[in-house]
Design a protein around this ligand. Structure first.
Ligand code: DX5
Ligand code: ZN
Length: 221
């Protein structure tokens, strides 16, 4: 069954706790938290203090997407703040294997390790660590902002990655992030995604529960 991770980047930040509860009640499986540093991407968002402040408003796992330079400096603060999955960009990590190990050891091994690739970055970059990671996040927009259009070349990448994971017996799941909505979800699921991130399609909808249901049911359409 496909999982849905609403991105709180599109939530109303003046009432973040309520916005997280709202999508939990609407059927979300994970809470996707976009961390941007104004350097790796041209936008600034959330730090560990904010994550810690909202940690107890929900029982859902926190899926923290680090879009930052020097991610190694932020790994432990975000794990301590309550990240359940912590994903770093391969493009930002000089020593990716070391960061993945640090995440997995983290706070008594409480956190899963993810690696993310921008749309233009080949999966060749991560083929040697497919069995070390728990999650691979394929960006289907250039990171930095919500509400952008889905980049279709990612579909082929999802298919190739799915086949490679199977070939090397990796249990890693594929998450796809950016431009996911009722029109794009079906092809992303068909290509092999396990988790869909959606910001504007969920928080911009009048009825969040209906929007989440629509994404989950897209596979059947
Ligand atoms: C983009 C972020 C995404 C973003 C998705 O840099 O990583 O998680 O919130 O937003 P939508 O679903 O609106 O494209
Ligand atoms: Zn994201």
């Amino acid at each position: 069954m496909i999982k849905i991770a609403p991105s709180i980047l599109s939530a109303d930040f003046s009432k973040l706790g309520d916005e997280i509860k709202k999508v939990e009640q609407a059927g979300a499986d994970l809470i996707h938290i976009d961390v941007m540093d104004g350097h790796f991407v041209p936008n600034l968002t959330i730090g560990p203090n904010v994550v810690a402040a909202v940690r107890n408003v929900t029982k859902l796992p926190f899926d923290v997407h680090l879009m930052v330079s020097n991610p190694q400096d932020l790994v432990l603060p975000f794990i301590e703040a309550g990240a359940d999955i912590l994903t770093v960009h391969a493009e930002a990590a000089s020593h990716l294997h070391r960061i993945i190990e640090t995440i997995k050891k983290g706070n008594k091994g409480s956190c899963q390790a993810g690696v993310s690739l921008n749309p233009a970055t080949s999966i060749v970059w991560i083929e040697d660590i497919l069995r070390e990671v728990d999650l691979i996040l394929l960006m289907s927009v250039n990171p930095g902002f919500g509400g952008q259009s889905f980049i279709p070349l990612v579909l082929e990448k999802i298919r190739r990655l799915k086949a490679q994971l199977k070939a090397c017996n990796s249990n890693a799941v594929i998450e796809v992030d950016g431009g996911i909505n009722a029109n794009t979800a079906a092809s992303v699921i068909e290509a092999g995604a396990d988790i869909l991130v959606a910001g504007s399609a969920i928080y911009g909808a009048k009825n969040c529960a209906a929007a989440i249901r629509q994404l989950k049911n897209a596979a059947a359409l």
